[in-house]
Design a protein around this ligand. Structure first.
Ligand code: NI
Ligand code: MN
Length: 225
């Protein structure tokens, strides 16, 4: 699967001939100023929760691309009120899309919209497709519910936060990798702002010691996973 990193927790994966863009936060990310959001194509935009560092560019990119925005019912309704034309609201559960089967699964975090309105429950996504399977946890602490993820799919890779403070750090992400039975982890949600700055060499050591593969693409880099 073709994977492109756009910084923080924003990335795109091509599956089933569709481009899925997750949690777009680019124009307000000082580390991603070389990315032009006008150049980003997407068929679907998947939103894990309502926080600004996950939805900042949803309206602009949905407008540019005509993408369908998928997320918690409360989050996509709020975005529809901001001008997003095509939305698909979910709660925790699974639905068959043209790119594959998508499960919206719990995350241990919080969710409110930038204006303070209710953002439903925060979540993550499991994508099961003919091209492969992956899990994006969204912002979350380590939690026992992750042990249910292998029930949805045998994962080819997973995207997990490693920045700590608001989410798991590398030590917890390694434990999560065990819970979800996946040895190839893309680390996200780090270095964007002071509370999530990490020592990347230390993070790499933590994964190496646990015998897990850690992928840290540069912002704008495309990798095959
Ligand atoms: Ni958050
Ligand atoms: Mn966040």
């Amino acid at each position: 699967m073709q994977f492109t990193y756009y910084g923080h927790s924003c990335f795109a994966v091509n599956v089933g001939g569709k481009k899925l863009l997750f949690d777009p936060f680019i124009s307000a990310n000082s580390l991603a100023q070389h990315i032009d959001i006008q150049s980003i194509r997407a068929d679907y935009i998947l939103v894990s929760h309502g926080h600004g560092d996950h939805i900042a560019d949803v309206v602009a990119i949905a407008d540019n691309t005509g993408a369908t925005v998928i997320g918690a019912f409360e989050v996509v309704n709020w975005l529809a009120n901001k001008g997003v034309k095509k939305t698909h609201g979910m709660n925790f559960g699974s639905y068959g899309f043209d790119f594959g089967r998508l499960s919206f699964v719990p995350a241990w975090h919080s969710s409110s919209m930038p204006d303070g309105s209710y953002g439903g429950n925060p979540g993550g996504f499991v994508v099961v497709s003919a091209d492969g399977n992956f899990y994006y946890s969204g912002d979350t602490a380590l939690m026992m519910d992750m042990q249910l993820i292998p029930h949805y799919a045998q994962l080819d890779f997973a995207v997990l936060p490693i920045g700590g403070n608001f989410t798991m750090d590398a030590t917890d992400a390694v434990k999560a990798a065990g819970f979800i039975k996946c040895d190839k982890i893309v680390g996200v949600h780090y270095n964007t702002f002071p509370p999530v700055v990490v020592d990347v060499n230390k993070v790499k050591d933590i994964f190496k010691m646990a015998d897990k593969e850690l992928v840290l693409p540069a912002i704008g880099e495309q990798v095959d996973l």
